[in-house]
Design a protein around this ligand. Sequence first.
Ligand code: GUN
Length: 283
Amino acid sequence: MANIINGKLIANQVKNNVKLEVDKLKESGIEVCLAVVLVGNDPASKVYVRNKKLACDKVGIISKEILFDENISQNELVSAIKDLNNDNKINGILVQLPLPRHLDEKEIIRSIDPVKDVDAFHPVNVGKIMIGEYDFLPCTPAGIVDLIDSTGVDICGKNCVVVGRSNIVGKPMAMLLTNRSGTVTVCHSKTNKLIEFTKKADILVAAVGVANFINADMIKPGAVVIDVGINRMQDGKLCGDVDFASAEKVAGYITPVPGGVGPMTIAKLMENTLRAAKKQNSI
Ligand code: GUN
């Protein structure tokens, strides 16, 4: 049976370290502040935003929730973000995705000042990661690297397979694993004979967004299996992209859903917000 990777525990360790530094900054008169922008009423987004606020409270970061009606225009939203860029009390800006369809997500992300882009979604920050000169790492992939490190399995030289090629997870994940000298393959919905790739993975990251997409037959015995999926089932329960019940019999290490990757994403957001504040104060 696989060892369960306790994302909650590791996330708490990250947050405790952030809190120590946030408290130190406070003593020198610097308050760390994150602005979270939420457009519309998407229930899942509301839950994510609430969890981000709770994490801020826990580590002593001030959180400003900025809510907009789902009919806000592109210009109004860009203008609101520019105000946040110019507000020197705000260290980090996060626009919760997805945005309503009438908004141009790419332009909205480009309107965030890269030094406040704690998601690391701005093209400037994405480019910096590509050349290894980054200020921020995207929260989910960075959290996953911590989770893999917690197992004691060295990424260097391992066959790493990432299933999913999103800008938020799959692509940056491949980059971070490459930076750590993993041998990385990116698979996706159009990959032929997916099982032939996943079966060879020492480290398998599932980020497809399809419930129970990866089953035990697709996993190499002893592999580290990281499940990024958060799929809501008809009975209201959360379920990952990996069929946990069968996979845990084959994997060496596995993340649960919930309690695996999710808490780490938020902990890394706290770390990035702290880093933004330090950089803006030349610390
Ligand atoms: N929606 C789903 N994941 C994320 C994330 O990491 N950041 C933002 N801003 N929106 C998301």
